[in-house]
Write a protein that binds this ligand. Structure first.
Ligand code: PAF
Length: 274
């Protein structure tokens, strides 16, 4: 595996590749990331993974400084998987001057995650666009774990005519259902045991919808109360249309349940398609 920190060197390495599949990450790789890498390897002859903890997508009070950085372990995992190229730039490579050009995003970016983390998707979209411009991949793979991010990247690609095909990777879960996330490592033992109940809340709600319950606001409230009674602080638990990403209407078919909730100081998100 070749490791690049510099944009020009990366670009000359990529010149001779016929198809490039790209997996953007913030590092601290887990089995969810590795599944995206394997998916990428089935799609293209050259796989590029990036590791960059993007300051633009953290609010000032959030965990940018303590976000887990495990570069050496990440490198050995990626080279064990025979990844062709790792792009791991320093901040001064991606932001040689202050990043004043930021994308303006549609209203969907101010809902759900965007409501609780204002500016988050602007930071994500801006860095993803920069990485697309630098790497110029044919295919890019984003996990469904961050479903709203996947939706926004897809819309950005469509509306800005970016020549990349965006593919979705399935969420990888532990045996008890917890979606893999770098932030899971913030959980202590009892919180880790409790953490799978966010997924349980989504599963129960899904079952109620499948069995015909249509009062979505009541279902959202029930799931929220259920989690709150277990000690969670719920930011949102909502039922949306997964194509428009608007709150679901009674007769919508393509639904997605999305939740974000805190266990003490750790914020977890999850979602479930219906
Ligand atoms: O999903 C992530 O890890 C990040 O949001 C991404 C896409 C790498 C952009 O920083």
């Amino acid at each position: 595996m070749k490791i690049y920190r510099d944009i020009n060197e990366l670009r000359s390495n990529l010149k001779s590749s016929s198809t490039i599949a790209f997996v953007p990450t913030m590092g601290n790789l887990h089995a969810g990331h590795l599944a995206l890498v394997k998916q990428a390897q089935q799609q293209a002859d050259h796989v590029v993974v990036s590791i960059f903890v993007n300051r633009l997508q953290f609010l000032p009070h959030e965990d940018f400084d303590r976000y887990p950085r495990t570069f050496e372990e990440d490198c050995s995992v990626l080279s064990g998987l025979n990844v062709n190229t790792l792009f791991a730039p320093d901040e001064k490579i991606l932001f040689p001057t202050q990043q004043d050009f930021l994308l303006a995003l549609p209203p969907v970016a101010d809902t759900l995650e965007g409501e609780f983390r204002p500016g988050f998707f602007r930071g994500v979209a801006t860095i993803v666009l920069k990485l697309f411009n630098i790497i110029q991949p044919d295919i890019a793979i984003f996990g469904k774990k961050d479903y709203q991010q996947l939706h926004i990247v897809r819309e950005m690609v469509k509306q800005l005519n970016i020549p990349v095909e965006v593919l979705a990777g399935e969420t990888v879960r532990t045996a008890d259902g917890l979606a893999l996330s770098s932030r899971n490592r913030y959980l202590n033992t009892s919180q880790r045991t409790e953490a799978c109940y966010l997924y349980q809340a989504l599963l129960h709600t899904k079952q109620k919808i499948i069995s015909g319950q249509k009062n979505f606001s009541e279902l959202q409230q029930q799931a929220t109360t259920w989690l709150e009674n277990r000690g969670w602080k719920v930011d949102y638990l909502r039922i949306h249309n997964r194509l428009s990403f608007m709150p679901a209407q009674t007769d919508d078919q393509d639904l997605i349940l999305l939740g974000a909730a805190w266990l003490d100081k750790t914020r977890l998100i999850d979602n479930l398609e219906i």
